[in-house]
Design a protein around this ligand. Structure first.
Ligand code: UDB
Ligand code: ZN
Length: 182
């Protein structure tokens, strides 16, 4: 199973590389990797497992965070009584709202141990085209918190960290019309 020690931390070169597209269908090894990533997220949200293995409660994980520069992400969380459970290959934002959104408490990252304060402005709505592990095309339309999670994970595939989006002069800058979440 994946543990916190398997997750590379800020400063590791894998977090700043642009990851490579993956060819479909996935190899058994790549499918296994995605299953382990989803299992980590589930374990991290299970009180007993999280305590026993000292896991931070994760909602999403990208392969570069394991030092593997492939365009693979796993997402798992419950929000508004809905389960968001995705294993995505080569995800791409194909359209997005002009309207922006940000988390009231800012963001963190499983690869960043420090707290970095400030608003991370993202698209409020995104449409993402990706493939599932079997090679079927999937199209996701997400808004609000789920849209923020997927943008955070796709950023990792492009070597972008959440704090890159924080305004240097005023970390808490947000346009009037941006949606504040949480
Ligand atoms: C997270 N988890 O997994 F509101 F039950 C964050 C960490 C960095 C704090 C572990 C998180 O936000 N959990 C959470 C939030 C809730 C209720 C709840 C659990 N990530 C994923 C990550 O680093 N992926 O690369 C950071 C998130 C910040 C915004 C979106 C992803
Ligand atoms: Zn992250």
């Amino acid at each position: 199973m994946i543990l916190m020690d398997d997750i590379v931390r800020d400063g590791h070169p894998a977090l700043r590389k642009k990851s490579a597209e993956v060819s479909l269908p996935l190899s058994e090894e790549e499918k296994e990797l995605l299953n382990k990533m989803t299992e980590f997220l589930k374990n991290s949200q299970d009180e007993e497992m999280a305590e026993k293995y000292k896991l931070r409660s994760g909602v999403g994980l990208a392969a570069p965070q394991l030092g593997i520069n492939k365009r693979l992400i796993a997402i798992y969380f419950e929000y508004d009584d809905k389960v968001y459970d995705y294993q995505l290959v080569n995800p791409k934002i194909i359209s997005h709202s002009v309207q922006q959104a940000y988390l009231a408490n800012g963001e963190g990252c499983l690869s960043v141990d420090e707290v970095i304060e400030g608003y991370v402005l993202r698209h409020y709505r995104v449409t993402v085209r990706a493939y599932d592990p079997e090679g079927n095309e999937v199209k996701l339309r997400l808004k609000g918190y789920p849209a923020i999670v997927i943008q955070h994970e796709i950023d990792h595939l492009n070597g972008i960290m959440f704090y890159d989006h924080i305004n240097k002069d005023n970390p808490f800058y947000a346009p009037e019309d941006a949606v504040k979440i949480g």
